[in-house]
Design a protein around this ligand. Structure first.
Ligand SMILES: *[C@@H]1O[C@H](CO)[C@@H](O)[C@H](O)[C@H]1NC(C)=O
Length: 280
C-alpha cells in the first residue's frame, strides 16, 4: 500500500528528467533556404588557398579569405562567377613573422582576422602576441605587441601591450575599434583605430557629390526661372504677388465664414461658435 503512492510521486520527476532528451531529438525544420557552392577551390593546386575563414571587404566589395594552414590571405570576387582567388599577403615564405610588402609578409597559421571600413585586414598573431595590419595594397605592419614578448594582459601603448596566446579579433565600427576576445585572460580588450580606418569614404564621397549636384541643379533652375520671368512675363512681380495675397486673404475669409456657419449649425451652444458669432 505504501509503495504505490511513492511510485506515483516519482513518475513526474522521471518524466521531467527525460524531457531534455525528447527535446534534443526533435529539430524544428524551417523551409525556404538553399545551399549552393559559391567557390570550389579544389581544381586549384594543393598549395593554393584552403579557406579557414571568410569576411566581406566593404570598400572593394569582395571577400577576404584566410588560409590558416598556408599562413596567407587571399581576396576573391563576390560576382556570380568569382574566378580565382588573388593573394593579398603572406604564404610566399611559409609561416613566420615578417612585415613589409605582399611578398615579404609572413604570418604563423593565424585563425582570426577582422576587416575595417577602409578594407584594412587585421590578423590575430597568437604565436607572437601581436596584431598585424594588412593594408589594401598588401603592405603589412604590426600595430600591437611589436615590443612585447610573451603572454600577458598589459594595456597601454599598443606596441607594449600583451595578450594571451589565444585571442580573436572583431572590428566594431560604432566605436571605431578592434575588440579582442582575449580568451586566455578572460577579458575583452580594445584597440582604438585611426579615424581613416573607420571612414566609409566611398559612400560619403558619393553623398557629397550627390548633394553638390542637386545644389548646382537648383541654382541653374532658379536662374532659368528668373530669366524667363524677366523676359517673357514683363509684369510687375510685386503687384502680382500682392494680388495673389489679397485673393488668398479673401478666400481664407470666405472659408472661415463657411466654417463658422457649419459649426454654428451643428452646435450653437458652444462658446467657440458663440464667440465668433458676436464678432461677425
Ligand atoms: C615600450 O617598449 C619599449 C621597448 O621595450 C620601451 O623603450 C618603452 O619605454 C616602452 N613604453 C612603455 C610605455 O612601457
Amino acid at each position: 500500500m505504501a509503495g504505490s503512492p511513492r511510485h506515483l510521486s516519482l513518475f513526474p520527476l522521471r518524466l521531467l528528467l527525460l524531457l531534455p532528451l525528447l527535446a534534443a531529438g526533435k529539430p524544428v525544420l524551417e523551409d525556404g533556404y538553399t545551399v549552393t557552392t559559391f567557390a570550389d577551390l579544389n581544381p586549384l593546386p594543393a598549395s593554393g588557398p584552403h579557406p579557414y575563414a571568410v569576411l566581406p571587404r566593404s570598400r572593394a566589395g569582395d571577400l577576404l579569405l584566410l588560409d590558416s594552414a598556408g599562413s596567407a590571405l587571399y581576396t576573391i570576387s563576390l560576382s556570380s562567377s568569382p574566378g580565382e582567388p588573388r593573394r593579398l599577403a603572406g604564404g610566399k615564405r611559409g609561416s613566420g613573422f615578417n612585415d613589409g610588402g605582399p611578398g615579404d609578409a609572413a604570418f604563423d597559421r593565424p585563425r582570426s582576422v577582422a576587416v575595417d571600413a577602409a578594407d584594412n585586414v587585421y590578423v590575430a598573431d597568437r604565436l607572437h602576441g601581436a596584431v598585424r595590419k594588412v593594408a589594401p595594397s598588401g603592405y603589412t605592419t604590426t600595430i600591437a605587441g611589436g615590443f612585447s614578448s610573451g603572454p600577458g594582459h598589459r594595456d597601454g601603448p599598443a606596441q607594449n601591450a600583451t595578450f594571451s596566446p589565444d585571442f580573436a579579433l572583431v572590428y566594431v565600427p560604432k566605436i571605431c575599434a578592434l575588440l579582442v576576445a582575449d580568451r586566455g585572460n578572460r577579458m575583452v580588450r580594445q584597440i582604438n583605430l585611426k579615424p581613416e580606418d573607420c571612414a566609409h569614404e566611398k559612400q560619403s564621397g558619393l553623398g557629397n557629390t550627390l548633394v553638390s549636384f542637386i545644389a548646382v541643379l537648383c541654382t541653374l533652375l532658379g536662374s532659368l526661372i528668373g530669366f524667363l520671368a524677366r523676359h517673357f512675363y514683363p509684369v510687375n512681380v510685386s503687384m502680382l504677388l500682392s494680388q495673389l495675397l489679397s485673393q488668398g486673404d479673401e478666400y481664407m475669409h470666405k472659408l472661415r465664414q463657411c466654417n463658422l456657419k457649419h459649426i454654428g449649425r451643428k452646435s450653437p451652444s458652444t462658446t467657440f461658435s458663440a464667440g465668433y458669432g458676436s464678432n461677425s
